[in-house]
Design a protein around this ligand. Structure first.
Ligand code: NDP
Length: 408
C-alpha cells in the first residue's frame, strides 16, 4: 500500500511500491537510472507549437567568436537559447543537429546555418572535420546527455551540457574522463550562476547579510498536465531519472549549496509516487529532503510535478532572511532582505543569464579562464541526488563525505 500521509513534521511518507521504486532508482546508480546508448535513443520530434523563428539571421560576431553546434531542437533550445545567441558577444550558432529533417531545414534557414553545417544524429560524427564548430551544446533529454557529451568529446569538441549533467554520478565521471582524454572543456549550463539576483544572493550570503545561516528552504514545483512516458520524456525513467528532482528541484539543490557555501554532512529524504496515474508510472510526483550542514544550518528542499507552481528559495540566518520568490526562472526574479538591513534588491535584468553563460564558456575556451560551473559541479550534484534517493528508499539518514559521496 502506498502511504500518502502528512505527518506533524509536514513530510510526505512513502512506503510499499513507492519505496521499491525509490530503491530501484537508487540501488544501482549508473545502471537503473540511465540507459543511454541502450534502451533510449536520440530521435527527432516535431517543431513545438508557438516557436518564433527569427526573420533575419544574427549579424557577424568578433573574429574569435566560438562556434556552437546545438544538439536537439526542442522547446528550450528553440524558445530560449537559440534566440539568445544574438545577445552573446563571443558565441554564435555554427551548426545544428536534429532528428527531424523538416524542423532542421526551417530552423537552419531562420538562423542562417549553412546546409553543410546541418547534421542528423546519424551523421553527427562528421562534426569532427567541421572547423566551424568549436563546441557542442547538448540540449537533449537528460538521459541522453552522457552519451552525446562523450560523442562530442570523441569528435574533438568542447561541450556545454544542459542540466542535470546526467542521471548518475557514474555517467558524470565518464563524461569528465572523456573531456580530459580529449583535452577539451566541459561546462554545465547552470544559468543561475550568471543571473544577477542569484549572483547578488551569493555575494550577500558570503558577506553574512543575514547573520549566521540557520535555515534554507527551497520549493520548486508545477502541476504537469495529463501525459505518459511514451509521449513525454520528462515522465520516462530512462530519460528523466526520478523526475522533478533532476529537472526542477535541482535549482533548489544548487541554491542550497551556493547560498550556504557548504556541503551537507547528512541527508534524510522521502519520495512519493501515486498509484494509477500514468504521469507517475515511472517517476516520482514529489521528492522532499532535509539536509544538515557542518555549521549547524539545515535545509529543507521540496520539489513536485503535481502541485501548483512555485519557485522559491529562503535563506534565514541569526539576523535576518534573504527571500527569493520567484528565485531562478527565465525572468521575473524578486528578492528582498528582511531583518537589520531590510530592503528590496533588484541587481539587474535576469535575461543576461542566457548569453552570459555562452560568453563565459567562450572565454574559457579562448582565454583559458576558469569555468564557474564545471563538470565536477554537475558530478557533485548527482552524488547528492543519489543520496536523496538512497535515503528515500531505505528510510534512513544518509551520511556524506565532503565530496558528496555516501559513507558506508
Ligand atoms: P524538449 O522535449 O522540448 O526537446 C528535446 C529535444 O531533444 C527534442 O525536440 C528532440 O530534438 C531531441 N530528442 C532526441 N531524442 C529524443 C527523445 N528520445 N525523446 C525526446 N526528445 C528527443 O525538451 P527541453 O528542450 O525542454 O529540454 C532539453 C534539455 O534542456 C533537458 O536536459 C532539460 O533539462 C534542459 N532544460 C534546461 C532548462 C534551463 O533553464 N536550463 C529549461 C528547460 C530544459 P530534435 O527533434 O531536434 O531531434
Amino acid at each position: 500500500m502506498l502511504g500518502n500521509v502528512m505527518t506533524r513534521r509536514g513530510m510526505l511518507q512513502v512506503g510499499g511500491s513507492a519505496a521499491a521504486a525509490a530503491l530501484a532508482l537508487a540501488a544501482k546508480p549508473g545502471a537503473a537510472l540511465i540507459q543511454s546508448g541502450g534502451a533510449v535513443r536520440a530521435t527527432g520530434r516535431p517543431l513545438p507549437d508557438g516557436v518564433a523563428l527569427p526573420q533575419t539571421p544574427a549579424g557577424r560576431k568578433r573574429a574569435d567568436s566560438v562556434g556552437f553546434a546545438i544538439v536537439g531542437l526542442g522547446g528550450y533550445a528553440l524558445n530560449q537559447m537559440l534566440p539568445r545567441f544574438a545577445h552573446a558577444e563571443r558565441a554564435h550558432v555554427a551548426a545544428l543537429v536534429s532528428g527531424n529533417p523538416e524542423k532542421l531545414r526551417r530552423v537552419g534557414d531562420a538562423y542562417g546555418v549553412p546546409q553543410a553545417a546541418r547534421y542528423s544524429y546519424e551523421t553527427f560524427a562528421r562534426i569532427a572535420s567541421d572547423d566551424r564548430i568549436d563546441a557542442v551544446y547538448v540540449v537533449l533529454p537528460s538521459g541522453l546527455h552522457a552519451e552525446w557529451t562523450i560523442r562530442a568529446f570523441d569528435a574533438g569538441k568542447h561541450v556545454l551540457c544542459e542540466k542535470p549533467m546526467a542521471l548518475s554520478s557514474a555517467d558524470c565521471a565518464r563524461m569528465i574522463a572523456a573531456g580530459r582524454r580529449a583535452g577539451r572543456k566541459l561546462m554545465i549550463a547552470y544559468r543561475s550562476h550568471f543571473e544577477p539576483h542569484n549572483r547578488e544572493a551569493m555575494a550577500l550570503m558570503a558577506r553574512n547579510a543575514v547573520g549566521r545561516l540557520r535555515l534554507v528552504r527551497a520549493e520548486q514545483s508545477y502541476r504537469m498536465g495529463p501525459t505518459r512516458p511514451s509521449e513525454n520524456w520528462r515522465v520516462s525513467r530512462a530519460l528523466a531519472g526520478g523526475g522533478p528532482l533532476e529537472d526542477y528541484g535541482i535549482y533548489g539543490l544548487q541554491a542550497a549549496l551556493y547560498l550556504s557555501g557548504e556541503m551537507p554532512e547528512s541527508i534524510s529524504a522521502t519520495a512519493f509516487r501515486p498509484a494509477g496515474d500514468p504521469r507517475f508510472a515511472e517517476i516520482f510526483a514529489h521528492v522532499a529532503s532535509q539536509w544538515r550542514f557542518p555549521s549547524g544550518a539545515v535545509a529543507q528542499l521540496v520539489t513536485s510535478y503535481d502541485s501548483a507552481g512555485t519557485n522559491l528559495v529562503h535563506a534565514r540566518g541569526t539576523d535576518g532572511a534573504l527571500i527569493m520568490d520567484p528565485a531562478t526562472g527565465y525572468a521575473g526574479q524578486k528578492m528582498r532582505l528582511e531583518g537589520r538591513d531590510a530592503r528590496t534588491i533588484s541587481p539587474g535584468d535576469p535575461d543576461v543569464q542566457f548569453a552570459g553563460q555562452l560568453d563565459h564558456f567562450a572565454d574559457a575556451i579562448r582565454d583559458g579562464t576558469p569555468i564557474r560551473t564545471p563538470g565536477e559541479m554537475g558530478l557533485r550534484d548527482l552524488r547528492l541526488i543519489e543520496a536523496i534517493y538512497a535515503s528515500a528508499a531505505s528510510g534512513a539518514t544518509v551520511r556524506l563525505a565532503p565530496d558528496g559521496t555516501m559513507r558506508a
